[in-house]
Ligand binder design. Sequence first.
Ligand SMILES: [Zn+2]
Length: 295
Amino acid sequence: MRFIFVILLLLTLPAAAHAEKLKVVASFSILGDMVHEVAGDVIDLKTLVGPNGDAHVYEPTPADAKAIAHADLVIVNGLGFEGWLERLIASSGYKGPVVVASKGIAPLAFKSEGLTQDPHAWQSLANGKIYIANIRDALVKTDGTRAGMYRIKAARYLQQLTMLEAWVKAEIAQVPPPQRKVITSHDAFQYFARDYGVTFIAPLGISTESEASAADIAKLLDQIRAQYIRALFMENISDARLIRQLETDGDAYVGGTLYSDALSPPDGPAASYTAMFHHNVTQLLEGMGHNNGQQ
Ligand SMILES: [Zn+2]
């Protein structure tokens, strides 16, 4: 009971302490939503790469440098995802903590395109829970007066992610294993693949910076036919032309848009990390249903 009173007190504090709001910068929209889940509105949160934005090839603005210069805490994905960030932080003169949200996850190796590890770790909810723990610990360390609130909100959200994880596994389990294959444009779903048993084939590789050659496309079409894959997906951050080309050349079913590296705008179907999983899994199930040769 006293605990609840303390929470209520903490929730009423921000209005009075407006000028002292902790300034937090998150590098991209998915991370921004995670930080918001743990901190709510008691912090002043700035997300650099917004909804539908591509963090692989982002070009920072002067406003980004200014936000970092005034920040109390900067939270990044790490694993080489934000290649532009180190220079941005250095040029801003920021000397505060830079917290890597993916710290402690088991990274998938990936040696190409200047990367050594696959950065898309958030596409596993088990990893997402590690992100939340890291975000919580960073907020507690930087803003100890609100430690209790951060811990309570994080614990509640972690519970939600555990329930969502069980739902994802139960949904995927409905699809016979040979049918669990899909084509996406860039390779953002290997952590999802590892945890939930779906094979993702992506002609663009792990970063959106590369382009598929005619030979890549021909090889992919062979693979699609040999493995009876009909489920193709566009992504919110990638060019749809490649997938449309495969659709025209092959016997394919284009199953809408997956949200890989960014959330949708607030009125879209993937406006939060949890909504993104709901949307992607629903789309995947529908798409994979077309892999058995039926229309
Ligand atoms: Zn990506």
